[in-house]
Design a protein around this ligand. Sequence first.
Ligand code: ATP
Length: 270
Amino acid sequence: AKAQMFDKDSTVKTTFKDVAGLEEAKVEIMEVVEFLRNPQKYKDLGGKIPKGVLLVGPPGTGKTLLAKAVAGEANVPFFSISGSDFVEMFVGVGASRVRDLFRQAKEKAPCIVFIDEIDAIGRARSRNVGFSSNDERENTLNQLLTEMDGFGTNSGVIVLAATNRADILDKALMRAGRFDRQIEVGLPELNERREIFDVHLRGLKLAPDLDRDFLAKQTPGFSGADIANVCNEAALIAARKSKNFIDKQDFLDAIDRIVGGLERKSVIIT
Ligand code: ATP
């Protein structure tokens, strides 16, 4: 999802309860939460906590949600930027934004810095220098690498970054002391879709015969974001028909609409 530039939100309400499924990812990232809750414990033992963790998976699978939940669980500030914000920036602006972001983060540590769509700045650097826009992207990437090397593991800043293209990232990003950990955030299986429906059906007025098993079975290949859309769309369809409840047909119509949207997207891509 689109994160605002410096979307500093020190009162993150999101917790693991809001993130359905993704059990393995939650277990893995729990270590980061534990560290942020009690950095001293790790310092005393001389333990090394990762500075950077890469969340890898298709769009809409809950990477941003999970990163926010880490901040919410640990009750620490959440700073975020999106790699796409850096595209088409004036010379020097990207690098100075990165510098400012880390300066603020270090002041507010322990905290989370979240970089969405890191591939937009972190694509492998080209050997043949040519376009100035490319140079600017590389400046931004270099600044990010400098920042990550510049703070110690004990500074209490943990950088989480999301991408759906780990394969195109500059290998320098994955070096020890940078994003040396990866957590897979995949598309939900049937039982996970059931849980995601649970989260997004909360607060909706549903027809009595409607069940989440039926909905989960109707939505193979859907991401969490697609499921959230289905629930919202179904409510809109029911409202348009002035119904008192959202029923099966409203959901089927909503699913059709989302499938249509997904197909159109894939036509454009190919
Ligand atoms: P992108 O790569 O497009 O930025 P993302 O992986 O960061 O996507 P999110 O922005 O976290 O995805 O998800 C978008 C919305 O979809 C969330 O705000 C939430 O409403 C819903 N969603 C996604 N995954 C889940 C999940 N596992 N549990 C509950 N809701 C989810």
